[in-house]
Ligand binder design. Structure first.
Ligand code: ASP
Ligand code: MG
Length: 439
């Protein structure tokens, strides 16, 4: 059994959704098909929620109506038969009625999660109507019946496994199962989600839970590329990556895959394949235990980074200093990405600065604190990259003109990270493309 996950753009237009139906019926292997919401829907739901949280019901009403109109048009273009149109129309009516009722209720976090769940509920139900019309036998497995997270928002893979096995057992004669990405139930039994972009994570958790032959992630690009195609003119897809390499790339900015989606596949050793719905024959990128080859494979960049330097003469020859510094970040549940030290100072980076004021205040007890906002981490990722002989020379030669704020080397054998100003990102990625990949 395999998992096939389709992102928002792959189901975002009626003809694309019809393509998805073709792709899932190409081979006879039983499969669980995980769908995102139609592209743009989750963003629209976030806006509706924000309007409601501000008490602006008129704005929410308008946003809900605009979204409903979009779905009404969508099914008209997707479906032909009157009875299919009627069924899909009833589904839309049901979900938009729910949103309308919400207008009258006072806003809460639980309600916010209910609103956000509507996108995946709609996309999967509408897709199932289309599959019926196309004569493709299938079963809808509601994610809310098996996808659970605990009190720390961590997926409970053991429970997911048991529940999913029970559900599949009920439909032994079926080959195609459709389910929602992103949405889950939390420890209180309420509707919740795996955070933005979480459909990849759903797919990987499901693949791990059923011990799938492969977890296919279908998007609109032919795999993970060696550099950011939005910034650099010439990029090439990467054939094969190890789980470690893929995790570094996903975490440090490659938008194609949600970073959390690596660990379930890695832990349960399920190969992941990144494929392109627009060009299904393309090989895409295969992610397995093995790296495939040695050396630099890709660079990725992550924006919105804040660097914090704590300088203190008390750090000189002292032990326990770093622990005290780290405890401040732990207290504010803020994770650190990069760290570099000298004998009298330590610099760290964070990507979440909601508690920056509080953190700064507590760090000032230890010494002088300097903050640089609007930074970017550029990561150079590859297999045994640090053992590639001329890597440092090539790296520094190619970006000689760019001021580098921090360097992290040797933390893993798969990554070298640089911290630069956000304004230098485009130039840095372009220079690295020439210097490291000769592209
Ligand atoms: N629809 C959700 C989002 O836009 C989840 C996903 O597409 O992965 O974040
Ligand atoms: Mg995505």
């Amino acid at each position: 059994m395999k998992v096939m996950k389709f992102g928002g753009t792959s189901v975002g237009k009626p003809h694309r959704m019809q393509e998805v139906a073709k792709l899932i019926s190409k081979d006879a292997e039983p499969k669980i098909v995980v769908l995102s919401a139609l592209s743009g829907t989750t963003n629209a739901l976030v806006e509706i929620s924000q309007s409601l949280s501000k008490g602006d019901r008129n704005a929410a009403r308008e946003q809900i109506d605009a979204l409903e109109l979009h779905y009404r048009q969508f099914i008209k273009d997707l479906l032909k038969q009157p009875q299919s149109l009627e069924r899909a129309g009833a589904i839309i009516a049901e979900h938009f009625e729910f949103l309308t009722i919400i207008l009258k209720i006072s806003f809460s976090e639980a309600l916010n999660k209910d609103i956000l769940a509507q996108g995946e509920l709609l996309s999967t139900k509408i897709f199932c109507v289309y599959l019926d019309e196309a004569g493709l036998d299938h079963v809808l497995l509601p994610a809310l019946d098996f996808m659970t997270i605990d009190g720390y928002d961590e997926p409970q893979i053991g429970t997911i496994k048991v529940k999913l096995a029970q559900l599949l057992q009920k439909h032994k004669d079926k080959n195609i199962f459709i389910t929602q990405g992103y949405i889950s139930r939390n420890a209180r039994g309420e509707v919740d989600n795996l955070k933005r972009g979480g459909s990849d994570y759903s797919a990987s958790l499901i693949a791990a839970a059923i011990n799938a032959s492969v977890c296919e992630i279908w998007t609109d690009i032919d795999g993970m590329h060696n550099n950011d195609p939005r910034v650099v003119e010439k990029t090439v897809p990467i054939d094969q990556l190890s789980f470690e390499e893929a995790a570094e790339l996903a975490y440090f900015g490659a938008k194609i895959l949600h970073p959390a989606s690596i660990w379930p596949a890695q832990y349960y050793n399920v190969p992941v394949r990144l494929l392109n719905t627009l060009f299904p024959e393309a090989k895409g990128t295969l992610i397995t235990e093995k790296a495939g080859s040695v050396g630099v494979k890709a660079v990725a960049a992550k924006d919105g980074i804040t660097a914090i330097k704590i300088k203190s003469s008390r750090m000189l020859l002292a032990y326990g200093f770093l622990r005290k510094v780290f405890e401040v970040f732990e207290k504010y549940r803020t994770s650190i990405d990069m760290i570099t030290t000298s004998e009298v100072a330590v610099s760290v980076t964070i990507d979440n600065d909601i508690y920056l004021t509080e953190i700064t205040k507590e760090l000032e007890v230890f010494g002088t604190v300097e903050i640089d906002t609007n930074q970017t981490i550029v990561s150079i990722v590859g297999n045994e990259i640090t053992e590639t002989k001329d890597i440092m020379q090539k790296l520094f030669e190619s970006i000689a003109v760019v001021p580098v704020r921090m360097i992290s080397y040797g933390g893993s054998r798969h990554n070298i990270s640089l911290l630069i100003a956000r304004n230098d990102k485009e130039q840095t990625l372009q220079l690295l493309n020439k210097g490291l990949f000769r592209l």
